[in-house]
Ligand binder design. Structure first.
Ligand SMILES: C=C(O[C@@H]1C=C(C(=O)O)C=C[C@H]1O)C(=O)O
Length: 359
């Protein structure tokens, strides 16, 4: 191989390592930002000294201890600078580029998206105040309720977490591949089973084999790291940008009306007036119990936008109802209806009042 060709190869490797280093620094910053609300002072000189001393001890032939010290002093100084900025953190489930993050960008670009492993981690980290907000999908236009999230809403402690907003976003999937991949070479496509199901027609038309993966963005991340041959991923366009992948096809979903509604969670009640309320309740196990509750809302002239029932997980045979209606918790008729419903139900939780997402 020619020296020029070898040089180009090595430089490609170097570029990809630089990309990984930046991603790791970004992950470190996300964790340092999470510490902000858990301590009185931003700066902790003792902890900084420990970090530097431990990294100095890990020096190797090519990494001098002086270099480690300078490098990490810079990183720590930047992390404290970010902590002083009072940025608002919002958790979403999945890896960077997941549709939760796409939704965050639509809500408010100044929010810092923080990836969480599971939906329950989004709830927990909002409750323990590492995060200011959380965003979770509550229903999809094709697949219906996101059951895990609805169960967490049923079980959640409403004194610690509230719904403060919602956003509805169209879900447009892309076929992504490593840069330079010829689409004729592709044989297998990795993605979350939901995304694969939503693109079934596209996959069969192009004779592509589905490979279920834990997450759409996770599949894109895997492609960029492991570069498997003849493979592609179905994920958001944002993933192409974040993981340096080519967009081979856009809008490959079988149904273009595919949309997901996300709820925004906070550990503080919203101080803004809303026009929509969410509650959770359960009734006694007797004839007409649910009808009587619905009648309260009907008599008050309150328009229901959703009712969903979920089995109560620690009380088999009993059901909880998640109910959304249009109205503000500052209106007399809403306050009266909620009071009446509270008295006639077994479990009753007010999840929050917020502005309805544009339809
Ligand atoms: C992240 C923290 O805040 C500051 C930044 C540190 C870092 O970037 O590692 C370490 C200690 C603190 O001065 C922390 O308290 O752990």
């Amino acid at each position: 191989m020619e020296a020029n060709e070898l040089l180009a190869r090595l430089r490609k490797k170097i570029d990809s390592i630089d990309f990984e280093i930046l991603k790791l620094i970004n992950q470190r910053m996300e964790h340092t930002l999470r510490t902000r609300k858990l301590k009185a002072n931003i700066s902790d000189p003792g902890r900084e000294q420990e970090i530097i001393a431990s990294l100095r001890r890990r020096s190797s032939a090519l990494i001098r201890s002086e270099f480690s010290e300078i490098l990490f002093k810079e990183i720590i100084s930047e992390s404290k600078l970010l902590q002083r900025k009072d940025l608002k953190l919002i958790g979403f489930q999945g890896e960077h580029g997941a549709y939760g993050e796409v939704a965050i960008r639509i809500v408010d670009n100044s929010l810092v998206p923080i990836p969480c492993m599971e939906f329950v981690d989004v709830f927990d980290e909002v409750i323990n105040r590492q995060l200011d907000f959380g965003i979770v999908p509550v229903e999809n236009s094709l697949e219906g309720a996101v059951t895990q999230v609805n169960d967490l809403l049923v079980e959640t402690d409403v004194h610690k977490i509230k719904i403060v907003g919602e956003v509805k976003i169209p879900i447009h999937h892309c076929l992504l591949a490593s840069p330079g991949t010829d689409y004729h070479e592709i044989k297998v496509v990795y993605s979350h089973p939901q995304a694969l199901a939503q693109c079934r027609r596209f996959l069969s038309k192009h004779r592509l084999e589905s490979r279920p993966y834990y997450d759409t963005a996770g599949a894109a991340m895997m492609l960029s790291k492991e570069k498997p041959r003849a493979a592609a991923a179905i994920a958001s366009k944002l993933c192409a940008e974040l993981y340096n992948l080519d967009v081979l096809f856009e809008d490959i979903e079988d149904n273009e009306t595919n949309a997901t509604r996300f709820l925004i969670l906070s550990n503080e009640e919203s101080n803004k007036a809303g026009n929509k309320c969410s509650i959770v309740f359960s009734t006694e196990h007797k004839a007409g119990a649910l009808f009587n509750i619905l009648k309260i809302f009907s008599d008050a002239g309150l328009n229901l936008t959703r009712i969903e029932s979920r089995p109560i997980r620690n009380d088999p045979g009993k059901y909880a109802f998640l109910l959304d209606f249009l109205g503000s918790d500052r209106e007399e008729k809403v306050i009266a209806a909620l009071e009446k419903a509270r008295k006639e139900t077994v479990i009753f939780k007010f999840l929050g009042c917020y502005n309805e997402a544009p339809q």
